[in-house]
Ligand binder design. Structure first.
Ligand SMILES: [Zn+2]
Length: 213
């Protein structure tokens, strides 16, 4: 079984959300300096790198990350490659763009959108394509439980209302952000991305993978 890693690497060069705490790792104990073992530590804002958003991120009464049911995070998924469509110009991702995979989502109720709009993890994107407000209810009607994308947000970078976050939560759809889908073609896969069990957290990093049986 070949596993495709669709996680962004966590490193000090990963661009954080503007103003948020950047990822940092260092060795506290170093064998090179005589310690018996290497022991590292890291710090980060929890929205750095590939991660899952909990409703508590945008709703003070929402579930925190360890409270989310894990079923959504493992199972069949459809990768939709919108790279060419969006290369013609930044615009909303509409229901029309997704129509062609409507039937596939019935058997694979996890949708991963490959936009190709964030290629270099060291540079935070200024502008990203976002889904239209009609997309979350359309996905819900097709039984979709999870939406993943290769972007740091499902809303515009400068959004204050986070309306797509709210619409997706209302539709019962969990959000996985900042995937790396650059090496993945569109189609059917098995998907897994389990958020770390950080208690009371608004999000958590996840190692996201795809495989085919
Ligand atoms: Zn997030």
């Amino acid at each position: 079984m070949e596993i495709i890693d669709i996680s962004r690497g966590l490193s000090d060069s990963l661009a954080p959300w503007p103003g948020d705490t950047a990822f940092h790792f260092q060795l506290n104990w170093k064998m090179a300096e005589g310690a018996t073992v290497n022991v590292g530590k890291f710090g980060m804002g929890v929205h750095n790198g590939t991660h899952v958003d909990a409703p508590f991120h945008f709703d003070p009464d929402g579930e925190t990350i360890e409270q989310l049911a894990l079923e959504a995070f493992v199972g069949p998924a459809v990768v939709m490659d919108l790279t060419e469509t969006l290369a013609k110009g930044m615009r909303e991702i509409s229901v029309t763009d997704l129509e062609s995979i409507a039937a596939e989502l019935r058997d694979a109720p996890r949708l991963l959108l490959k936009t190709g709009a964030w290629r270099d993890s060291r540079i935070f994107p200024k502008e990203i394509p976002v889904i239209s407000a009609a997309v979350p209810p359309w996905l819900q009607a097709r039984g979709v439980k999870l939406l993943g994308l290769d972007l740091p947000s499902v809303d515009p970078i400068d959004s204050k209302e986070l309306s797509n976050h709210h619409l997706l939560a209302a539709a019962g759809i969990t959000i996985v952000e900042s995937l790396d889908l650059s090496e993945v073609q569109g189609g059917h896969y098995h998907f897994a991305a389990l958020p770390l069990k950080i208690e009371d957290a608004d999000a958590a990093p996840a190692r996201a993978i795809l495989w085919r049986s």
